[in-house]
Design a protein around this ligand. Structure first.
Ligand code: AMP
Length: 400
C-alpha cells in the first residue's frame, strides 16, 4: 500500500509518498510560494531530483504538479495515480473536537473549518489542501487527517486551563492545546521501544527543538503537560518566537510603540526569539557560529535557549515525580550537541550523566542513547518522523 502524506501551509505544500510494505519514502518534495511566483522541488528515494520555477495559483495547481511528478516518465515513482491508496494530511489545530486521527468527511472538514479562529493561517490552508486533493485525486481515494494537538488531549484541566476568567474558556475555547503532538508521539513510542519497556511504565520528557520548539511531559503513556499553549507561541524561546512572557510586556510595548494587535502578533511570532535577541539569524547554526566568533548577543540567545530547556525539564521532572528518560528531537535536538551537553551537564544534580563522545556522534540522523551506563536517567536522541506517523494512522484507518 502506498500512502501520500501532505503538509499544506498557506503558501507551501510538502509531500511524501510512502510505501507501507517497508515504510520507505518513494518520493518527497515541496511546492513553495503558492499564489506568489511558485517553486517546485521533487526528489525520489533513488536520488533523482526535479526542480523548477512554476506558477501555482492555488493548492489545486500545486497538487497537479505533485501528481505529474509522481507519475512522470523521468522522475516518477508510480505508473498511475491508482497506486495511491490513501492520502494523510497533517492538521495543526484539532481543538477539543478531535482527539484522534479520522477519515475525512464533509462534517470533518466543517469541524476543521470551525477551528480556523484558533489557527487562522494553518487550518485554513489545511482545508484548502484537503479540497485540492479531492479535486485532483477524486473521492475514491480516502483522505485521513492527523492532528498536531491530538496527542496532548489527555492533559488534565489543571494543565490546560489558563487563569483568566473562566468565561473565555467557555465562550472561545481559550486553553492550552499544545502542538508537535505527532512528533512527541513518535519519539516517545520509539524511545520506549529502544528501552525495551512499555511507554506506560516510563516517566518521560520529550524535547522537540527546531525552528518551533516544545517540551512535553509524559506519564502512564499520556501527556500530562506541554509547553506550547493556545497557539505555538508559548513555551521555550524559538527561532523567531518569544515563548512565554510576562503578558504585561505585550501591553507595555504595544502602548509605547503604538502597535496594533496584528503588528504585535508579528513582533511576537516573527521578530523575536533567536532572531530578536541575536540580531543575527533565526537559525541555530548561524547563531551558534556567531556566538563562537565572539558575538555577545548571539551567545546570550544560546544561553537563554539552554536555560529555558533546563527550566522546563526541571519543572516537568517535578510534575512527573521523577524522570526515567529524556528525548531530544527535531533540527536542533537532533544536531546541536552543544546544547544537549550544556543542558544535561546542568542536570547532573538529579543523576543525569551523558557520555560526551556519544553525544557528539549523535547528529545528522543518528539515533540512540547518549547517557552513560551509570546515568540515573536515560537520555536519547531520536530523529522525529511525523510523516511516518501520519502514514501509519492513515493506513490503520483505511484498512479498518
Ligand atoms: P526544524 O524546525 O526541526 O527543521 O529545525 C530547524 C533548526 O535546526 C534550525 O535552527 C537549524 O539551525 C537547526 N539545525 C542545526 N543543525 C541542523 C542540521 N544539521 N540540519 C537541520 N537543521 C539543523
Amino acid at each position: 500500500m502506498k500512502i501520500l502524506v501532505i503538509n499544506a501551509g498557506s503558501s507551501s505544500m510538502k509531500y511524501q509518498l510512502i510505501d507501507m510494505t517497508d515504510e520507505s519514502v518513494l518520493a518527497k518534495g515541496n511546492c513553495e510560494r503558492i499564489g506568489i511566483d511558485g517553486h517546485f522541488k521533487h526528489s525520489t528515494g533513488d536520488g533523482r531530483v526535479f526542480e523548477t520555477d512554476v506558477t501555482m495559483n492555488n493548492h489545486t495547481e500545486a497538487f497537479i504538479q505533485i501528481k505529474n511528478a509522481l507519475i512522470s516518465d523521468k522522475y516518477g515513482v508510480i505508473k498511475s495515480l491508482d497506486e495511491v491508496s490513501a492520502v494523510g494530511h497533517r492538521i495543526v489545530q484539532g481543538g477539543s473536537l478531535f482527539s484522534e486521527s479520522v477519515i475525512v468527511t464533509e462534517d470533518v472538514i466543517k469541524g476543521i473549518e470551525s477551528l480556523i479562529p484558533l489557527a487562522p493561517l494553518h487550518n485554513a490552508a489545511h482545508v484548502q489542501g484537503i479540497r485540492a486533493c479531492l479535486e485532483v485525486f477524486g473521492d475514491k481515494v480516502p483522505e485521513v487527517v492527523v492532528f498536531d494537538t491530538a496527542f496532548h488531549s489527555t492533559m488534565p484541566e489543571k494543565a490546560f486551563i489558563y487563569p483568566v476568567p473562566y468565561e473565555y474558556y467557555e465562550k472561545y475555547a481559550v486553553r492550552r492545546y499544545g502542538f508537535h503532538g505527532t512528533s512527541h508521539r513518535y519519539v516517545s513510542h520509539r524511545c520506549a521501544e529502544l528501552m525495551g519497556r512499555d511507554l506506560k511504565d516510563i516517566k518521560m520528557i520529550t524535547c522537540h527543538l527546531g525552528n518551533g520548539s516544545s517540551i512535553t511531559a509524559i506519564k502512564d503513556g499520556k501527556v500530562v503537560d506541554t509547553s506550547m499553549g493556545l497557539t505555538p507561541l508559548d513555551g521555550i524561546m524559538m527561532g523567531t518566537r518569544t515563548g512565554s512572557l510576562d503578558p504585561s510586556v505585550v501591553t507595555f510595548i504595544a502602548e509605547q510603540e503604538h502597535l496594533t494587535a496584528e503588528q504585535m502578533d508579528t513582533m511576537l511570532n516573527k521578530k523575536s526569539g533567536f532572531l530578536g535577541i541575536s540580531g543575527v539569524s533565526s537559525d541555530d547554526r548561524d547563531v551558534t557560529a556567531a556566538a563562537e566568533a565572539g558575538n555577545a548577543r548571539a551567545k546570550l540567545a544560546i544561553d537563554i535557549l539552554e536555560y529555558d530547556i533546563l527550566k522546563y525539564i526541571g519543572s516537568y521532572t517535578a510534575v512527573l515525580g521523577g524522570v526515567d528518560a529524556i528525548v531530544f528531537t527535531a533540527g536542533i535536538g537532533e544536531n546541536q550537541c552543544s546544547h544537549r551537553s550544556s543542558v544535561c551537564h546542568a542536570l547532573e544534580f538529579m543523576g543525569v550523566k551523558i557520555d560526551d563522545e556519544l553525544n557528539e556522534k549523535m547528529i545528522r540522523g543518528n539515533e540512540g542513547k547518549i547517557s552513560a551506563p551509570d546515568s540515573k536517567v536515560d537520555v536519547y536522541v531520536i530523529p522525529t518522523n511525523e510523516e511516518l506517523v501520519i502514514a501509519r494512522d492513515t493506513m490503520a484507518l483505511v484498512t479498518k
